[in-house]
Write a protein that binds this ligand. Structure first.
Ligand code: PMT
Length: 407
């Protein structure tokens, strides 16, 4: 049975050139067994008509706040209570701003305030409008409140510009609605490490690496979206903390190990994306060491290997590591998979443009302990996170089946 069967979806359509694509979404949801009530804003009606949606959903289309299709029912309260998901697709910059401040000046915004259903938002707009700090701020506010965003795709926009702003495709939007209805990682406790570590040399200097935290934060954010209870242990980064995750900030490898061990008993899955410094200065200079003419030799000692330590006391947990390599990618990754007692390792070639450290995109190969391998093309770190979490779901399912069979 489809996850949509018998579910009540409120589909809000706002005034974007992409509004016509909402007809396909309504159609696919209806075909999958959902009861779809479409709400058009006044601006949406400039692009599409209610006739299309009425024919597709075989239900009245709602426009006015004071419409009452069912007698003795206050439409917006009744619909808001019945909804399993409120999907807004396409969502304009205007609706994002209204939702962020809690404005209720038409049926859709009033419904959004009155509902306790999960909200899924698929924005579509011009690239500059999407990237505007005001819009990004509103997205962040709504994510913090629990809204699930289907970020716009990149491509040629109706205005002729090329960039991010295209409404995501229907399968991606439907998959987000599915996630909202049945979060695949609900009940899973996940520990993610991210960012670099800093190993102090003196009061103003440290050893570190170029990790921005983007990869680990994308995993934490996507895992929250998929219903996991996420603890993010992060080295110093400039990123905003992922909405909905518990964030523990650390500086050095030793602090990262301590923070991980503190929560380890209560986690089911670990994903270690942090770039941990393998060495630290043996002695830390007190205060700032003054510049001089003479050479300064710093003796380095090995740091603890966090993931290996966790692997030694693995229990029934799923452990996932990354391997940042510049050569012999798969051989080195395979070695780390075995040495650290992992279920899965993400081999990350950090020597290429657009991959690894700091980039928004990544190119990785997944290597399972079972010997299976999957090479992924260059994609956004968010997409890498999605693939990885799909693999984690499969591992959890397999572990559960094995446990069930042996019980
Ligand atoms: O943060 P970004 O700018 O987005 O960049 C992403 C990334 C390149 C940092 C990320 O994709 C990545 O590859 N992370 C792993 C980096 C790394 O340290 O790899 P490694 O091959 O040295 O370590 C192997 C594994 O052991 C990693 O999971 C690492 O977190 C872990 N490790 C390593 C050393 C150590 N002392 N303790 C550890 O736990």
């Amino acid at each position: 049975m489809s996850v949509f069967e018998g579910k009540h979806i409120l589909l809000g359509v706002t005034g974007s050139i992409a509004a016509y694509k909402a007809a396909d979404i309504a159609s696919k949801l209806t075909q999958a067994g959902a009861e779809v009530d479409v709400v058009l804003t006044e601006h949406a009606r400039r692009f599409v008509t209610e006739v299309t949606f009425r024919a597709i959903t075989r239900r009245p289309v709602l426009i006015d706040l004071f419409d009452e299709p069912e007698e003795r029912q206050i439409a917006h309260i009744h619909l808001a209570k019945r909804a399993d998901v409120l999907l807004i697709a396409p969502a304009t910059a205007n609706i994002l701003a209204k939702l962020a401040v809690g404005l209720a000046d038409d049926l859709l915004t009033t419904l959004a305030l009155a509902t306790q259903a999960k909200v899924v938002i698929a924005p579509a707009m011009n690239t500059v409008m999407w990237q505007h700090p005001a819009t990004q701020h509103n997205v962040r506010i709504l994510e913090e409140r629990g809204a699930l965003f289907v970020y716009p795709a990149e491509g040629m926009l109706a205005c002729g510009d090329v960039g991010a702003g295209k409404l995501a495709d229907t399968p991606t939007i439907l998959s987000a609605v599915e996630t909202a209805l049945a979060p695949p990682l609900r009940g899973v406790r996940l520990l993610v490490t991210a960012g670099p570590t800093e190993e102090p040399v003196d009061a103003v200097r440290h050893l570190s690496n170029p990790s921005s935290g983007k990869m680990g934060y994308a995993i934490a954010q996507e895992a929250v979206r998929q219903g996991a209870e996420v603890t993010l242990v992060t080295g110093p980064t400039l990123l905003d903390p992922p909405a909905g995750a518990r964030v523990v900030r650390v500086r050095s490898a030793q602090q990262m190990l301590d923070a991980c061990l503190q929560v380890y008993d209560g986690v089911d899955v670990v994903i270690a994306a942090a770039a941990v410094s393998d060495y630290r200065p043996a002695e830390v200079w007190q205060g700032k060491r003054k510049k001089g003419e003479e050479e300064w030799t710093i003796r380095l000692v090995p740091n603890p290997d966090i993931l290996r330590t966790l692997g030694e006391r693995k229990g029934g947990r799923i452990l996932v590591g990354f391997a940042a390599e510049t050569h012999e990618l798969l051989e080195n990754a395979q070695k780390k998979l075995l040495e650290k007692n992992l279920d899965l390792i993400v081999a990350n070639d950090v020597s290429q443009e657009g991959t690894g450290f700091r980039a928004d995109t990544n190119r990785v190969t997944l290597l399972w302990a079972s010997g299976r391998q999957e090479q992924l093309p260059l994609m956004s770190k968010r997409e890498v996170a999605r693939h990885l979490l799909q693999a984690v779901c499969d591992l959890l399912r397999a572990a559960k089946a094995t446990k069930g069979a042996s019980a």
